[in-house]
Design a protein around this ligand. Structure first.
Ligand code: 5AD
Ligand code: FES
Length: 368
């Protein structure tokens, strides 16, 4: 074996179960970038390694988190996002609380033990209170864990929702590059977003974050930095997915940095699993947009362990397209719930019985 090959092998297998990354950030960066640069011929090995770590740490049971995209109203104008406030090409909606609760009541019967409530960013006193009341009702009337994903908010609002029973929160940092973050978010500050994550953590909320893969100009090192920021934040959940240029946004003509090699989206996922072995990592919907009919299944076999079925009522789905080619826009919640079970079965996995709380005890309130 040549020295070069020895070195590559070393790089691959030095991370036995993912937790032996060198501490020094430069060395860690070089290691992760090395995985990302692995020659195509060795990707199958990287995927197999990620799958083995996923199985050893998270098991074969797949927690199902049904997502209800309950409002597409948004006060923000993120450059990549289809529901940004400047987009006039969609009908704005907010689901009435009773309709949300109606779906939530059916979810446990579908094996979905967590409800994820996601919307655009629409801060308002009245809306915050309404959401708090909804959390209380869901916690009272269903066995579900409740995850919110509604953007940057002040500490008192997060604390109030926590009091109401919120278990988890999703808020992606999108990119670890502060300058790029600023350009994408109307001059917004990455540090402010990271502070939101720290606040949530301090409140005992299980915290999920993540990033888009392949924002324009992304290098292997930049991607490694995104992965290492996830590791540094010691996240309970990590959601990543390919950046998909949306024609209704200023990034319509942007190109995904890995457009010529879309398998890189899985390479990134596998590297993420090796770097963060104990995190819940969903097979996100964007993988299905790039690889129709199989993206999420492949993700589950290359490092991911969670599935987030779309449980938004069918009539709203066309108006919640953050990116084009989103799957399931013609389906309804019941159809996706059945489809998911078939998909899992086909790859030899099963839905988890419980809510799939964080393996890191923090915030799990003793539940498993
Ligand atoms: N392509 C891929 N992902 C996107 N998101 C928003 N717009 C896009 C896009 N054009 C992701 C962001 C956000 C999550 C809800 O959806 O990462 O945090
Ligand atoms: Fe929605 Fe398959 S997951 S139809």
């Amino acid at each position: 074996m040549s020295i070069e090959m020895e070195e590559k092998k070393e790089l691959f297998f030095s991370v036995e179960a993912g937790n032996s990354l060198p501490a020094a950030s430069e060395a860690a960066r070089a290691t992760v970038a090395g995985w990302l640069r692995a020659p195509r011929a060795s990707r199958a090995e990287l995927f197999a390694r990620a799958d083995a770590v996923r199985r050893a740490r998270m098991g074969d049971a797949v927690p199902l988190r049904g997502i209800i995209e309950f409002s597409n109203r948004c006060a923000s104008d993120c450059a990549y996002c289809g529901i940004r406030r400047s987009n006039r090409a969609l009908r704005r909606y907010t689901m009435p609380p009773d309709e949300i609760l109606d779906v939530a009541r059916r979810m446990a019967g579908w094996g979905q033990m967590t409800v994820v409530l996601q919307s655009g960013e629409t801060p308002s006193r009245e809306g915050d209170r309404e959401l708090g009341e909804l959390i209380r009702r869901i916690k009272r009337e269903t066995p579900l864990a409740v995850t919110l994903s509604v953007g940057n908010r002040p500490r008192d609002v997060y604390a109030y929702w926590r009091e109401c029973g919120m278990d988890r929160y999703l808020l992606r940092f999108e990119t670890a590059d502060p300058e790029l973050y600023r350009r994408l978010h109307e001059g917004g500050d990455l540090e402010e977003r990271l502070e939101c994550l720290r606040t949530l953590r301090a409140l005992g909320v299980q915290v999920g974050s993540g990033f888009m893969i392949g924002l324009p100009g992304e290098t292997h090192e930049a991607l490694a930095d995104n992965i290492l920021l996830c590791r540094k934040l010691d996240l309970d959940m990590i959601g990543v997915g390919p950046f998909i240029p949306n024609p209704e946004t200023p990034m319509a003509d942007a190109r995904n940095a890995w457009a010529d090699d879309p398998e890189m989206f899985f390479v990134a996922l596998a590297a993420l699993r090796l770097a963060c072995p104990d995190a819940h990592i969903p097979a996100t919907t964007a993988y299905d947009a790039v690889f129709p009919g199989e993206g999420r299944d492949l993700a589950l076999r290359r490092g991911a362990n969670v599935f987030m079925p779309n449980s938004t009522p069918g009539k709203y789905r066309r108006d919640y397209q953050l990116y084009p080619n989103k799957p399931c826009v013609d389906e309804d919640a019941g159809q996706c719930s059945a489809c998911v079970l078939l998909r899992l079965k086909a790859i030899g996995r099963e839905p988890a019985a419980g809510p799939g709380h964080s393996l890191k005890t923090r915030g799990a309130r003793g539940e498993k």
